[in-house]
Design a protein around this ligand. Structure first.
Ligand SMILES: N[C@@H](CCC(=O)N[C@@H](CS)C(=O)NCC(=O)O)C(=O)O
Length: 230
């Protein structure tokens, strides 16, 4: 399958850390939630193969070969040697721990539990609402937008954004003084907030800018032909 994709970036030689280790393949175009996985992989300095399939490749996602990787017919999915994993944020938690020399893995069990906490919170509380607001404020044509839905969804996001603001007033990053997979996961779920008005939550806005100013984040956004707004 990997070789049959049009536009497949093929093997990208970024570093030598994986020499002699399992081959890492990521399925998912940068225009999908695979952006999160690509950002993580670019942080890690590892070799990987990219198969940029997405929702427009319905046939591919519905193929028996792809369903054997992810029976949900969704991206991203990674294959790491014999190991297969789907769910973008779980993939990032796995990769952070698999490549500890990148410094993104939590150092203790308690820190790791906090990374799970923030990740599960982002997935359950922020993911769909942020996409809904972005669709109805930025992405859909004016005629297709539902402003009421955008406003009510945005209002519902204010409480979780205040929770994040409180956490980031106490320390610069979610687990303390350093950027970790917890920041990467939450920021990547919120990436569309870069293009929304976050003035009400200045710490969150600053943190989001800091996270997306990282070279790996910029490179991942460039794969989507986007730049971080200044
Ligand atoms: N919770 C999953 C969501 C995966 C997901 O919904 N992926 C979308 C692209 S962003 C997809 O593959 N959609 C396929 C389709 O709509 O047919 C994750 O974070 O990996």
């Amino acid at each position: 399958m990997a070789n049959s994709q049009t536009g497949c970036a093929g093997w990208r030689r970024i570093g030598a850390e994986t020499m002699g280790m399992e081959r890492l393949t990521v399925y998912g175009s940068a225009y999908t939630r695979a952006l999160r996985t690509l950002w993580m992989i670019l942080e890690l300095n590892v070799d990987y193969r990219h198969v940029p399939v997405g929702p427009s490749d319905r046939g591919e996602l519905a193929s028996a070969q792809f369903l054997a990787l992810n029976p949900n017919a969704r991206v991203p999915v990674i294959e790491h040697g014999e190991f297969v994993l789907w769910e973008s944020l779980a993939i990032n938690l796995y990769l952070a721990r698999k490549y500890p020399s990148a410094g993104l893995a939590p150092a203790t069990l308690e820190q790791e539990a906090l990374a799970w906490q923030w990740t599960l919170w982002a997935n359950s509380v922020l993911d769909e609402p942020v996409i809904t607001v972005a669709r109805h404020r930025l992405l859909l044509s004016k005629a297709e937008r539902d402003e009421q839905l955008a406003d009510s969804t945005w209002n519902a996001l204010k409480k979780p954004f205040a929770v994040l603001e409180g956490a980031l007033c106490r320390q610069p990053f979610l687990l303390g003084s350093a950027f970790t997979v917890a920041d990467l996961n939450v920021a990547s779920v919120m990436y569309r907030c870069l293009y929304l008005d976050m003035d009400e939550w200045p710490r969150v806005g600053l943190w989001l800018q800091q996270c997306f100013s990282r070279p790996a984040a910029r490179a991942a956004l460039e794969m989507r032909e986007l730049k971080v707004p200044s």
